[in-house]
Design a protein around this ligand. Structure first.
Ligand code: ATP
Length: 459
């Protein structure tokens, strides 16, 4: 393809005037499409026994019907990289519904089938997750749209809708061709060289979430974007309009990116490729961020044994959202996630107040409305020894303190319902925070004294 022609088409795409969005794109392929075959059956033996056994059963059943079954996607890539992966993606060339029903019967497991998308799922024992799909072709009506899905004619078409060449490797599972690798896009070479290469120039525009998928492979596995893909990526990030891209889809990819501890390699990557532009956010990757991320990971590791149910990926993402409060306020999103994303924006004004010696009850009063994630965010973003000490003291010593008495006890002690209830419980709580009134009896006695003092007894 001529460079000028490519530029014209891309320019049209950026302005939303690209009439050929739906067109079959193989003519624009960035690599030579060729059927490259290799016997890789010995490599399959590296797989854990249960996965291997499943693939054999699935392959035999496909062979019985004389239809091709392929192992595709991340697992094929990860076999080469020697990375454990228990998510299997299979593609079948024939009638998926009949096949999946029978496979589930043979294996005696439950299955789901979605006739619209021609996809299915099997949940196998031992946490093995199997996604199955028929051959699919996808096209995008505009940048960031959900794809239109149609049955594809062959596996090559199915592979052409994928993100990077390293994810286009497939292994045939039918007997006779068992373990035969099909490599139409020279993905094996890219895999050996650790290169992320998109398949055609419109890839990031069709589906901008591929940018985040790439950042994940880059930061976690150490891949790098090859030159043309990197240029197209940068161009998309500066020129493209992401306003039609759904927040939900972007967050789903961010969830995968931030599901595991942040790797320091992510920071230079984000400076180079500002992926948060997909959310229309300008995020500055400041010098302080790597240190804050390291600190956050240390706390998360320390807290992992406790049962706090911390939303780790939301918290890691929030680290980058510190200055984006106003934009995020307008997002339609689960309120607990939104609270965490907005925590620093909402509570940073507390930080100077925490830079003092505070009595336990004063400290608790300032921080008691914050969830664990919000506290952690303030902790790693807050500067100064005293601020950090105060937040840590609250988290470790004060936050989990609960009273052993409640309103019912006050009622039973003769207090008339009214505002005194809250006042008295607060007073007991303050004493408890200061380090006394450990037992229920002590708390009750103290409360009763207060009731008497305040004259709150029922007539
Ligand atoms: P991993 O998360 O380890 O990369 P995976 O690559 O198998 O796993 P899945 O989300 O299970 O990822 O997707 C299966 C395959 O579908 C991928 O390997 C990729 O080829 C393709 N794919 C997934 N998402 C996209 C996307 N947004 N655009 C193009 N292809 C995609």
């Amino acid at each position: 393809m001529e460079n000028i022609e490519r530029q014209d088409l891309l320019a049209a795409y950026y302005t939303g005037n690209f009439l050929e969005q739906g067109k079959y794109r193989q003519e624009y392929s960035l690599v030579e499409i060729k059927k490259r075959e290799r016997d890789l059956s010995p490599l399959l033996q590296r797989l854990p026994a249960d996965i291997l056994r499943f693939l054999e059963i699935a392959g035999d059943l496909a062979e019985k019907y004389q239809i091709r079954l392929y192992l595709v996607g991340g697992l094929v890539r990860d076999i080469f990289l020697n990375i454990e992966n228990r998510d299997l993606d299979l593609v079948l060339e024939g009638d998926l519904e009949t096949y999946i029903r029978e496979l589930a019967e043979v294996l005696k497991v439950e299955y789901t089938y979605n006739a619209w998308f021609r996809t299915g799922n099997l949940a196998l024992p031992g946490g093995l997750n199997v996604d199955l799909a028929g051959l699919r072709r996808e096209y995008y009506r505009y940048s960031g749209a959900l794809p239109e899905v149609e049955p594809a004619d062959d596996i090559l078409e199915d592979l052409f809708r994928r993100d990077y060449t390293v994810n286009t490797l497939v292994l045939i599972l039918n007997e006779g061709k068992w373990g035969c690798l099909l490599d139409y896009f020279n993905g094996l070479e890219d895999l050996r060289e650790g290169k992320l290469r998109i398949l055609h120039p419109f890839s990031f525009l069709d589906d901008p979430t591929r940018i985040i998928r790439g950042a994940r492979l880059a930061s976690k596995i150490g891949f790098t974007f090859e030159e043309v893909s990197a240029a197209l990526l940068k161009e998309a990030l500066t020129e493209a309009d992401f306003s039609h891209l759904s927040l939900e889809r972007v967050l789903k990819e961010l969830e995968l990116l931030f599901a595991t501890p942040i790797n320091p390699a992510l920071f230079p990557l984000l400076r180079n490729y500002p992926i948060f532009k997909l959310l229309n956010l300008e995020v500055e990757i400041g010098e302080e961020l790597p240190e804050q991320a390291e600190e956050l990971e240390a706390y998360l590791a320390e807290l992992s044994e406790k049962n706090y149910n911390i939303e780790e990926w939301v918290l890691r993402t929030a680290l980058f959202f510190a200055d984006a409060g106003e934009e995020i306020s307008g997002w339609k999103l689960r309120s607990d996630y939104k609270d965490i994303f907005l925590a620093y924006y909402r509570y940073k004004s507390l930080l100077p107040e925490l830079d003092r010696d505070l009595a336990a009850d004063e400290l608790a009063a300032k921080l008691k409305a914050l969830r664990m994630e919000e506290l952690l965010l303030l902790l790693v973003k807050g500067r100064g020894r005293r601020i950090k000490e105060n937040i840590l003291r609250y988290m470790k010593e004060l936050r989990d303190i609960e009273l052993k008495i409640n309103g019912k006890d006050l009622l039973a002690s003769g207090l008339k319902p009214g505002p005194l209830f809250r006042e008295i419980l607060d007073a007991v709580y303050r004493e408890r925070l200061k380090g006394s009134l450990y037992t229920r009896e002590e708390q009750l006695a103290y409360a009763r004294d207060l009731i008497r003092e305040r004259g709150g007894n029922k007539e």
